[in-house]
Design a protein around this ligand. Structure first.
Ligand code: NAD
Ligand code: DAU
Length: 343
């Protein structure tokens, strides 16, 4: 192994896709995956790397210095870079209670920064979100210079973490890079988010809950493209810089829902308009010209290719999806690894 990546949150949606990408594209890198296995973490997402010497799972919490140190120790003598994805990530949950978001996204990020600074790591990529910029009208795009104006407890906690990362760079010269990406879709996403929830409900002929008028716009990016952008920033990004990531792929929610129903041969009568999300951001759209011009990254997948591929993937993963719907996925870690904290 030539280097170690300490990945936080690698049993979640984007994290597990990142693990798979590293296994394929950087087989000589050790991936040490620190994850607390909250409801959003699922070891089944990582079944493909089970037993691999290139992947080491550490069951632990970024809010605890001793857990972060254990993960850093697992990197051995290799040069270490960090990719920080662990977070509470769902806006609706943050509306019910903001505290877990402040705990992991704010406190956890500071604990991680401090422990990594004490260890002297090489690079620290902080994976943030376009939601920190707030909401757009029908015109314009978020650039890296757009003022932060988060509107939900989730996005406020992510914006706070961005500021802590920025401060670590300015105060301590800590080698950080920040990414801000738009909405992801693809394999292994927890079915509380729009695309997998609609796929799961449609499969079971259950109502598809559309918030408000369904005309909120998101800028959709296939998760593999996001992972490749993070890798580009990790390898070639300039320290202290922020990189927006997106695909110029804007759709109103209702169009996404109708496309899913049509692809699955299900009737539009399943669509059920429900009370809007409080404080619902109307539109997100990313200007990703900086990462294109400076690092040569741009999405490889079109929506027309990747949405059908995603629909097909979920159709082929009925057991995985059922496990998430029933909660059975939570038993998998104990069955595979017993009560040990490393696997
Ligand atoms: P996710 O909810 O699917 O996964 C989060 C992972 O973090 C889970 O495996 C969970 O167990 C772990 N985790 C939570 N709290 C932890 C803690 N205290 N210590 C250790 N691990 C903990 O999230 P995701 O959608 O994969 O998002 C990953 C990151 O990307 C987040 O930081 C999110 O803000 C950001 N992001 C997500 C999207 C998107 O569309 N999903 C878009 C842009 C940015
Ligand atoms: O923009 C990046 C962000 O995208 C990430 O930072 C977040 O972690 C991620 O969860 C996502 O946030 P959103 O709130 O945009 O994603 P969500 O899938 O929850 O909702 C997408 C849109 O669909 C949003 O306008 C709300 C709407 N929606 C969502 C659900 C779950 C519905 O209309 N009905 C639903 O049941």
């Amino acid at each position: 192994m030539t280097r170690a990546i300490l990945l936080t949150g690698g049993a979640g949606f984007i994290g597990s896709n990142f693990v798979h990408m590293l296994a394929e594209q950087r087989p000589d890198w050790l991936c040490v995956n620190l994850d607390a296995l909250t409801y959003a973490g699922n070891m089944q997402n990582l079944a493909m790397v089970e037993g691999s010497t290139q992947h080491r799972f550490i069951h632990g919490d970024i809010c605890k210095t001793e857990d972060v140190e254990r993960a850093l120790d697992a990197c051995g003598d290799l040069p270490i870079s960090v990719v920080h994805m662990a977070a509470e990530s769902h806006v609706d949950r943050s509306i019910i209670s903001g505290l877990p978001f402040v705990q992991t996204n704010v406190l956890g990020t500071q604990v991680l920064l401090d422990a990594c600074r004490a260890r002297g790591i090489e690079r620290f990529v902080h994976v943030s979100t376009d939601e920190v910029y707030g909401s757009l009208g029908s015109e314009g795009f978020f650039t890296e210079d757009t003022t932060l104006a988060p509107n939900s407890p989730y996005s406020a906690s992510k914006a706070a973490s961005d500021m802590l990362v920025r401060a670590a760079f300015h105060t301590h010269g800590f080698p950080v890079l920040t990414t801000r990406c738009s909405n992801n879709y693809g394999p292994w996403q927890f079915p509380e988010k729009l695309v997998p929830l609609m796929l799961a409900n449609a499969r079971e002929d259950k109502p598809l809950p559309v918030y408000g008028d369904g005309m909120q716009v998101r800028d959709w990016l296939y998760v593999e493209d996001h992972c490749e952008a993070i890798l580009a920033v990790l390898e070639r990004g300039e320290l202290g810089e922020v990189y927006n990531i997106g695909g110029h792929n804007e759709y109103p929610n209702i169009e996404i829902v109708k496309t899913i129903l049509a692809a699955m041969g299900k009737p539009e009568s399943l669509i059920t308009y429900v009370t809007d999300r409080p404080g619902h951001d109307r539109r997100y759209a990313i200007d990703a010209s900086k990462i294109d011009a400076t690092l040569g990254w741009r999405p490889r997948w079109t929506f027309e290719q990747a949405l059908p591929a995603t629909i097909e993937w979920y159709a082929s993963q009925v057991e995985w999806l059922q496990g998430l719907r029933t909660g059975a996925y939570r038993d998998y870690y104990a069955q595979q690894y017993g009560s040990d904290s490393e696997g």
